[in-house]
Design a protein around this ligand. Structure first.
Ligand code: SF4
Ligand code: SF4
Length: 306
């Protein structure tokens, strides 16, 4: 291995840790051949429900080398959002990832800083930031970059961190040192499959979004199917059940990102207070939150069923 490549890779990782990313790994920018076939089958079964955007840019999504001319590597980072904070027992539940400010903004700003340093140190490089809106199979990239394995519930799991973290990527023309993918440590455990109240995890690594509470409370703007509607288990936005039961999430490493501090309303409001908020209050409370991805009528639909 060329010493320069090792040094550049090391410096990038150090910079990522300085910016607050808990994990940073690197994989080759190439076609994800196995996952391409898997995704094709998944889409053919309509398991993505109304998320038609997943059908678009299929070639790019499954081959990140097409995202940037002369792309050689993908730098993958993870930002922890886990917390010991809890909502009151009788309150409509929010998935932990929306307790604080919108993660897109937070990760993007950190990745811009990382990109600037990369460019400063390597002026000939071209670098493209990917957060959510750029088509890339980010869990696959993260798995290949050694950040963790994809659990039976289809979230990425890291041995130290569990699964409550966000991912972000930089596709770069730099040749870098690639990390090794790590083993799958799910073993004989099936807790996530057994605990899913709607049977959305049909079998190992097979998620049917149409049955998932998270998909239905966020992505589905129409009617929630009866079998899901009657099994929301108190979830008003998202669902953390399959992650909460996972043995790898037993210990909590508290996030250190001030932007992810839980909103006071989430920490304090009970069911009645949430039931009474107006559209104006809803917009005010969630102005800087990923909860504003849903409309007020979806919010009412979700909480009225709890
Ligand atoms: S998020 Fe909830 S509904 Fe969706 S698969 Fe996990 S446990 Fe099931
Ligand atoms: S609950 Fe068990 S099977 Fe599911 S992701 Fe965690 S370790 Fe894997």
């Amino acid at each position: 291995m060329n010493e320069d490549i090792e040094n550049i890779s090391f410096t990038i990782k150090q910079e990522a840790y300085k910016l607050g990313f808990y994990l940073c790994g690197i994989c080759k920018a190439e076609e994800f051949a196995f996952e391409k076939k898997y995704m094709n089958d998944w889409l053919k079964k309509d398991s993505h429900g109304l998320m038609h955007y997943l059908e678009k840019n299929f070639e790019k999504r499954t081959n990140p080398s097409l995202l940037l001319e002369n792309a050689k590597s993908i730098i993958v980072v993870a930002l922890n959002y886990n917390t010991i904070n809890k909502q009151p027992e009788d309150s409509p539940k929010f998935s932990k990832y929306v307790y604080g400010n919108d993660y897109h903004t937070v990760i993007k700003s950190k990745l811009y800083n990382l990109c600037e340093t990369i460019k400063k140190n390597n002026p000939d490089s071209e670098n493209k930031i990917c957060v959510d809106t750029v088509p890339i199979l980010e869990k696959t990239a993260a798995q290949r970059a050694g950040l963790g394995w994809i659990g039976k519930h289809t979230c990425l799991i890291n041995k130290k961190l569990g699964s409550f973290f966000f991912l972000g990527e930089i596709v770069t023309t730099l040749e870098l040192k690639y990390d090794k993918p790590i083993n799958d440590y799910c073993g004989t455990c099936n807790k996530c499959i057994e605990s899913c109240p709607t049977g959305a995890i049909k079998s190992q690594y097979q998620l049917d979004a149409r049955k998932c509470i998270s998909y239905n409370t966020i992505e589905n703007r129409g009617e929630i199917p009866e079998s899901v509607f009657t099994n929301l288990n108190g979830w008003a936005f998202g669902c953390d059940i399959c992650q909460n039961v996972c043995p790898w999430n037993k210990k909590t490493i508290e996030n250190t990102e001030p932007e992810f501090d839980i909103k006071s309303e989430m920490l304090n409001f009970n069911r009645e207070q949430w039931n009474l908020i107006s559209e104006i209050e809803f917009k005010r409370i969630f102005k800087t939150s990923a909860v504003n991805r849903i409309k007020f009528n979806q919010w009412k639909r979700n909480i009225e069923s709890l």
